[in-house]
Ligand binder design. Structure first.
Ligand code: HEM
Length: 139
């Protein structure tokens, strides 16, 4: 695994490690008030980013486009803002960060939709071959 798929996986592993530590602290203290923030760290930070990483591993051509780097930056910014944003909202400290993080998280999924759509013809092309070569080969 290399390139953008590596970075999606690497950051996803960091998020789930933090999320699990957070879960253990919640369980140990019995204070579950921030459970929704923990859930989003794990589900957006781990599950969603790891799924993105798997896609870019399966379709390496998609990961080489500048859109994939933008996708990574927006998805990362989304997690980094939405998780403390939810924690702040739950603590009564305002919702602005959660709102910005939500919009970035949605934007990252829309960017991913564009990446998937753009890559629809390259998806079956073996690495190191051009689209035309791949299509000729599979014809
Ligand atoms: C060491 C690992 C983990 C521990 C100790 C842990 C612990 C907890 C605790 C104590 C709660 C609160 C339960 C409640 O209030 O009823 C919770 C909620 C939750 N956790 Fe985890 N968790 C862990 C990993 C994960 C992972 C990997 C995911 C998802 C991939 C996840 C998703 C959730 C969800 C969706 C909730 C419910 C949140 C809500 O009700 O608002 N957790 N977890």
């Amino acid at each position: 695994m290399r390139g953008i798929s590596f970075w999606f996986f690497m950051t996803a592993v960091v998020y789930v490690t933090l999320g699990m530590i957070w879960g253990i602290v919640m369980a140990a203290t019995g204070d579950h008030r921030l459970a929704a923030a923990h859930a989003h760290l794990n589900l957006v930070g781990w599950v969603t980013l790891a799924l993105f990483g798997i896609y870019y591993h399966l379709v390496p051509q998609a990961g080489e486009h500048v859109l994939a780097k933008l996708h990574f930056a927006v998805a990362t910014a989304g997690v980094v803002l939405i998780v403390p944003g939810i924690a702040m909202a739950l603590s009564g400290a305002g919702e602005l960060l959660a709102k910005v993080g939500s919009v970035l998280t949605l934007a990252s999924m829309l960017l991913f939709a564009v990446v998937v759509f753009r890559s629809r013809k390259t998806a079956d092309v073996p690495e190191g071959r051009t689209v035309e070569q791949g299509l000729v080969q599979s014809a």
